[in-house]
Ligand binder design. Structure first.
Ligand SMILES: C[S@@+](CC[C@H](N)C(=O)[O-])C[C@H]1O[C@@H](n2cnc3c(N)ncnc32)[C@H](O)[C@@H]1O
Length: 220
């Protein structure tokens, strides 16, 4: 089957920018206080749920995967870009990394206790995002946690708006509509944090962090 163009373009572009991306962002969690707060909370919840290992999907060079590992999680990273995965393996030899596509994960149903995807859904066109959320839901065990963060808008008249991203075509997402779509997929919202546009002086976008849970079915 022919691969959709958005995916081959994203892969090629991140392959090209992998080293630069790493050099620019490898220490960025230090200054992103709200990312750390939400990732820490997600990690504690995933540990408490004890529903299986965690995957960092769209992990890039693996700096967040490494952070989760340091918090004591059994974590692996998955990314579309082979160059990103090679970098992640080089920088974090104790962690497993593999190439993969978030819309068709090579993972069994219900095998994960947590999925984290930080700033990585932004390259999926809006008409395909439902398939990504269905994959996240499929691979999580009941009780498993999803941590999803993304460039966002408080508008609700569109699911997503294209923006001019340095690496590949990208969309900023209506955080309310993303939450609604995740609820339609079967997730329950645990928490959300929305950073004000002024906190991102480069782009001036909101940045949204969602933590969602795949509920345990009643009577189980
Ligand atoms: C903006 S970077 C974010 C990297 C990392 N999560 C971080 O927090 O810095 C986006 C990453 O998502 C990956 N990506 C984009 N589309 C993907 C897809 N369909 N499946 C898996 N990874 C994808 C890209 O290759 C890239 O490494």
């Amino acid at each position: 089957m022919t691969e959709p163009e958005y995916r081959s373009v994203t892969r090629t572009q991140y392959d090209e920018f992998a080293q630069l991306y790493y050099d620019m962002f490898k220490d960025s969690l230090r200054e992103h206080h709200f990312d750390r707060a939400m990732i820490d909370a997600f990690a504690e919840l995933a540990k408490g749920a004890d529903a299986g290992p965690v995957a960092d999907i769209g992990c890039g060079p693996g700096h967040v995967t490494g952070y989760l590992h340091a918090l004591g999680l059994d974590v692996r990273g998955i990314d579309l870009s082979p160059e990103m995965v090679a970098l992640a393996k080089r920088e974090h030899p104790g962690i497993g990394f593999a190439t993969g596509d978030m819309s068709a994960l090579d993972l069994p149903d219900g095998g994960l206790g947590g999925v984290l995807s930080r700033a990585s859904i932004i390259h999926t066109p809006p008409e395909r995002i439902g398939g990504v959320f269905a994959e996240f839901h499929r691979v999580l065990a009941p009780g498993g946690l999803l941590s999803l963060s993304f460039q966002a808008t408080d508008r609700t008249d569109a699911l997503a708006l294209p923006f001019d991203h340095r690496v590949a075509p990208a969309w900023q997402w209506s955080y309310q509509r993303v939450s609604d779509l995740l609820a339609d997929t079967g997730f329950a919202e645990v928490a959300r944090l929305v950073e004000a546009p002024e906190e991102d002086p480069v782009r001036g976008f909101h940045f949204c962090h969602l933590v969602m849970r795949k509920p345990v079915p009643e009577n189980s």
